[in-house]
Design a protein around this ligand. Structure first.
Ligand code: BGP
Length: 476
């Protein structure tokens, strides 16, 4: 093959809660994203108990895509997007999460949005759950620590598969499901599973239990999609940060392998429909008694995904230490800085070769089509008086990543479906809640405090990406 295949899905990616706003419009309920305050550089977001007066919740209004989506899709079309990845806010369809009947106004919003995309020849690529589950499911049920969530999620999935089956072909179940492997931080497990840990609670088995219920729900959703319409393709979505050994010392190599096991076992379950033995052995060694039934095993085996969607921003590195004789990976303690790569302002290690490595790693392990559904460079952009932004650093980041992606396809033979850079229009950062950590080709006039006209303008990268798409990745 000389380049990317015909029909390669060039586009951009966002998530409902990070751009829609309209948090109370059209009957929408409160999601977990609506109870997270804005953070700042080095200051984590706070997860509050409900929505409290006087706090700044940036997702409530975000960039007002809810009202401005036609203008934004017009700009995506101008860049030549073939697809647009977004999520359906669960709380627009089931405001509380546990109702029997969906909210028609919410369903209508996504009908209109998808129609608008299709009008421009842009194919919607949809994530079912992207850090925005109904908050009511947290307060009433304890989030995904409760088995009952499986039914609520599958009901939601069936409703939207049925409704949009002729408008949306590509789906993903849970965004970056493996982030919650970092159970020592509050943010990742809360956004993924709605888990609020009790003080002193042994967090690790709680995380594994919640992840198990999510994986069963995902598998049942995949099965339901096939029954509703066999043309639908449902993938998983994994946050990929390949973990390198800091040195070639054998114990560092082993540590890195264990780390990959512990961060990426989720993919095994999604793709192969069963748990890897190393994890079952770990459960036994640690004495974890999880609620995993024979029915669950059957469900997992019956709902293997059609493709692997993944995000790629950076690589990690790890090393063995004397105080860790079993070489167990703990994401809050086991990572070290890689001296061979640069870092972004937020400390994210910039490693284009790691993308080629990741594509090969997934392909070797699973032989399923791959889809890069997030990649990009979060930076502080400076808007010039004419509204433009000279974001050459973003172009450099993406050009080097696309060049490595091309090597994986052309030289290594990886089957890649498409590429949707993250935050194709500036939006609220998930990790920090800031507006000033920007990823877009399109600048949105809004600051961290919520001030600004919300006007959209084209950055330098806008014209660059348009050229990349027009040349099918040849002109970088
Ligand atoms: C991924 C999430 C996105 C997005 C992106 C960038 O983890 O799927 O929702 O936000 O990372 O992260 P951040 O916004 O923290 O810079």
């Amino acid at each position: 093959m000389s380049g990317f295949k015909e029909g390669f899905l060039w586009g951009g990616a966002v998530a409902a809660h990070q751009l829609e706003g309209g948090w109370k419009e059209g009957g929408k309920g409160v999601s977990v994203a609506d109870v997270m305050t804005a953070g700042a550089h080095g200051v984590p977001r706070e997860i509050t108990d409900g929505v409290l007066a006087g706090k700044n919740y940036p997702n409530h209004d975000a960039i007002d895509f809810y009202h401005r989506y036609k203008e934004d899709i017009q700009l995506f079309a101008e860049m030549g997007f073939k697809c647009f990845r977004t999520s359906i806010a669960w709380t627009r369809i089931f405001p509380l999460g546990d109702e029997q009947e969906p909210n028609e106004a919410g369903l209508q919003f996504y009908d209109d949005l998808f129609d608008e995309c299709l009008k421009h020849g842009i194919e919607p690529v949809i994530t079912l759950s992207h850090f925005e589950m109904p908050y009511h499911l947290v307060t009433e049920y304890g989030g995904w620590r409760n088995r009952r969530l499986i039914d609520f999620f599958v009901r939601f999935a069936k409703v939207v598969f049925t409704r949009y089956q002729h408008k949306v072909k590509y789906w993903m179940t849970f965004n970056e499901i493996n982030n919650q492997a970092n159970f020592h931080e509050d943010f990742a497990p809360f956004t993924n599973s709605g888990l609020k840990y009790e003080p002193g609670e042994d967090r690790e088995p709680v995380m594994f239990q919640a992840a198990h219920y999510e994986l069963v729900a995902s598998a049942l959703a995949v099965k339901a999609a096939r029954e509703i319409n066999p043309d639908l393709l449902v993938g998983c979505m994994i946050a990929m940060c390949p973990i390198y050994p800091l040195s070639c010392a054998p114990r560092d190599m082993m540590m890195a392998m264990n780390a990959m096991h512990r961060r990426y076992w989720f993919t095994d379950v999604h793709v192969r429909g069963k748990y890897p033995q190393h994890l079952l052995s770990y459960f036994t060694r640690r004495g974890f008694e999880l609620d995993i039934t024979a029915e669950d095993h059957k469900a997992l085996a019956g709902g293997c995904v059609d493709y692997i969607g993944f995000s790629y921003y950076m690589s990690f590195a790890t090393k063995a230490t004397d105080d860790n004789p079993q070489l167990d990976y703990d994401e809050s303690k086991s990572l070290v800085s890689n001296p061979h790569v640069q870092k972004s302002d937020w400390g994210w290690q910039i490693d284009p070769v790691g993308l080629r490595y990741s594509l090969n790693w997934f392909w070797d392990h699973y032989q399923l089509p791959l889809f890069i559904v997030e990649n990009g460079f979060g930076a502080i952009d400076v808007k010039q008086s004419d509204g433009t932004v000279d974001d050459q650093y973003r172009i450099d980041y993406m050009a080097t990543h696309i060049a490595e992606m091309k090597k994986a396809v052309v030289e290594d033979g990886v089957d890649l479906m498409g590429y949707t850079p993250w935050g194709c229009i500036d939006l609220v950062s998930a990790g920090t809640g800031e507006m000033k950590k920007r990823y877009g080709f399109i600048y949105v006039d809004k600051d961290n405090e919520g001030n600004g006209t919300l006007n959209r303008s084209r950055k330098k990268s806008f014209g660059w990406y348009k050229k990349v798409i027009a040349s099918n990745g040849e002109d970088l």
